[in-house]
Structures are given as structure tokens and as C-alpha cells.
Design a protein around this ligand. Sequence first.
Ligand SMILES: NC(=O)c1ccc[n+]([C@@H]2O[C@H](COP(=O)([O-])OP(=O)(O)OC[C@H]3O[C@@H](n4cnc5c(N)ncnc54)[C@H](O)[C@@H]3O)[C@@H](O)[C@H]2O)c1
Length: 262
Amino acid sequence: MGKLSGQTALITGAASGIGKAVAIRLVEEGANVVALDRNADALADLSDHLGDRCSVLAGDCTEAAICEAGVELAQEKFGKLDTTIANAGVYDWYKRIDRMKMEDVEAAFEELFRINVLSTLLLARASADALRKSTGSLIVTCSNASFRAGGGGTLYTASKFALRGIVYQLAYEWAPQIRVNGVAPGGTVTGLSGLDTLESASRRLDSEQRTVEMVAKASPLARAAEAEDHAGCYVLLASPRDGVNLNGTILVSDGGLISRMG
Ligand SMILES: NC(=O)c1ccc[n+]([C@@H]2O[C@H](COP(=O)([O-])OP(=O)(O)OC[C@H]3O[C@@H](n4cnc5c(N)ncnc54)[C@H](O)[C@@H]3O)[C@@H](O)[C@H]2O)c1
């Protein structure tokens, strides 16, 4: 028996990186998973890998209808929804707003905040009734940039601080039926990519050796994390047994970076 036997989870950004690692771990722990992502090819690979216990949904999670379809799919295919994980995200590659053209600030804000923040709100809204019914939980992928400066540029940092606010506010509003928590990874070797509006969509963190080295150097553990390193945090928060008293908690999984910075 796994820690999440009989549970069903919906995860956005599940085709790559942290979301994919979490989807795989949840299935290992006995859960059924609905994996939502805009990358249909990578989702098909995940489906081949996980088999019947994973249903995939290709689409853009900034669209309300796709978030609703994810919740419906979980209920139709697996009978209920216990955990929703708002994980999809993009990065601004430390771009300073004073080095953007004025019109680019607005365009980049629209793109980044729609993906990092609006999709989380839509997914949370779409999941609320189902999670209330199952006395389930919402988990939001935050970042160490939810707590400090320098983990990205101004837009990324602002978006991740906003996610921290969403976790705290919903934990307060949705208790006692639904627990709401977050995971805050530090720098992790994934395909995390940039923005069309800043012409950085093709940049991937795992292709940038200098960034990976910089992340490893900054960490007290002297290593850059792998996506799998964070998966246990999600299992703990999703677990109705081990996570029963966790609400409004953001588990920081950054090798000690924030604690060193004070
Ligand atoms: N990699 C890091 O260093 C790091 C650190 C802290 C937090 N995070 C956060 O972790 C989360 C996952 O990122 P990752 O590092 O695994 O990157 P990743 O690029 O490997 O995975 C993100 C996934 O989200 C999907 N996605 C993006 N926009 C989408 C949309 N509009 N609709 C549907 N799917 C969409 C992508 O296709 C991709 O599969 C993000 O929220 C990111 O901010 C990452």
C-alpha cells in the first residue's frame, strides 16, 4: 500500500520537470493522476510510461475551460478529486524591468502572470467543489522566489510572492474542508523556460550550464536540485494521514538557501 492509495490528483505542468516527477511519484504511491500540460507530445510519453493510472489532458491551463475539463476528467475517470496541484510556470530569466521597453513590461506581465498566477486561481476555482466533497487539498508550486529577492527578475518574483498570498488566503478561507499548502523549490535542473514576449521562450534552465553552476554554488548543499528531489514534499502535503494538520504551510525545498540568507 502506497501513502496515497486510492487518491486522485490533478497536476498542471505535468509533462516536464517538477510536475512530471511529482506525477510519477504520486502513481508510485498508489494515486491516480490527471496530467495537464500544453505539451501534447511529452504528455503522450508520460501516459505511455504511467499506463492506466494516468489520464492526460493537453491544453493551456490559463483557460478556464481546460481547468474545468481537468477536474471533470478526474471525476469521470477516477470517481473523485482529492488533490489539485497548480504547478505550471514560466521564468523571466532575471530580466530587469528597467531594461525592457515600456510596452514589453505590460506584455511580459500579461504572459507571465497569466501562466504563473491566473492559472493557479482558475484551477483552484475549478477544483473547489470537488475538493470540498473529498475533504481534499490544493498544493501550489511556489519558489524560493516567493520569499526573497534575486531568484528571478521582478515579474517572476512578484508572481511567486502572489502565489504565497494565494496559499495563505485560501488556507484561511477554505478550511476546514480543504487544506491549502505550497512547495517552494530552489533552483532545479528542469526545462523551465522563458517568455514569448521577451523572446526567451526557447531558453531552458537545464541547457544553461552557467545557471546550473550558479545555483549549485549558491546552495549550502552545494548542488542544484533535480526535479525528483521535491516529489516527497508533495506526497506529504497530499497525504490525508501525514498531512492532516498541514494547512497554510509552504515547504521550502531549497537546500537551505533561504535560511542562510536570513
Ligand atoms: N526549475 C526551477 O529552478 C524552479 C525553482 C522554483 C520553482 N519552480 C517552479 O516549478 C514549476 C514547474 O517548473 P519546472 O521547473 O518543472 O519547469 P518545466 O518547464 O520543466 O515544467 C513546466 C511545465 O509547465 C508547462 N506549462 C507552461 N505553461 C503552461 C500553460 N499555459 N498551460 C499548460 N502547461 C503549461 C510546460 O509545458 C512544462 O511542461 C513552475 O511553477 C516553476 O516556477 C521551478
